[in-house]
Design a protein around this ligand. Structure first.
Ligand SMILES: [Ca+2]
Length: 165
């Protein structure tokens, strides 16, 4: 009789553990489905001569991948990302902005204008592993055009699909 009771208790305990594991698994699955990364920042000051551009106005930063103190986006999770960079110039000739991944130039945004104003945008789709880092360097000695209270120079991106690390 005692043995039967004990056995029943063990079966119950096993079932509870199994249910807890299922619950944990479901919660993790739910979080991983919901988890996204998206950011959008723009520049409101022109102090960008030949330096890393620190887009100081952060409008969106889901996943906290973008850091306005460094100007760098660090991928919080491995995945396929879409990134967009807009460069605006005003009567400066041209602006040359390098898009840097982990210290290496991967492409360039050029914006040229001698008389009036201009905006140019580059869109890149990249496979980034967690902690891969993307940032921009202004190579020309001109300031980017930030005179208007609008987002003229922007850095934005989002996670298209998470991949295994
Ligand atoms: Ca143009």
């Amino acid at each position: 009789m005692k043995l039967t009771k004990l056995r029943n208790e063990i079966v119950l305990k096993k079932q509870t553990v199994y249910e807890n594991d299922c619950f944990k698994h479901c919660v993790q699955k739910f979080i991983s489905v919901l988890l996204t990364v998206a950011f959008y920042a723009w520049l409101s000051n022109g102090n960008t001569k030949r330096t890393i551009i620190k887009y100081n106005q952060v409008k969106t930063n889901i996943g906290k991948g973008y850091n306005p103190n460094t100007g760098k986006f660090v991928a919080p999770v491995s995945g396929i990302y879409m990134l967009a960079i807009t460069v605006s110039t005003y009567r400066v000739g041209y602006s040359h902005v390098d898009i840097i991944k982990n210290g290496h130039v991967i492409c360039v945004v050029l914006s040229e204008n001698l008389k009036d104003l201009d905006s140019d945008t580059k869109v890149v789709v990249l496979k980034l592993m967690a902690s891969d880092t993307i940032y921009m360097i202004q190579r020309t000695s001109y300031s980017l055009w930030t005179d208007l209270p609008h987002a003229l120079n922007t850095f934005s991106g989002f996670l298209i699909k998470k991949i295994p690390s």
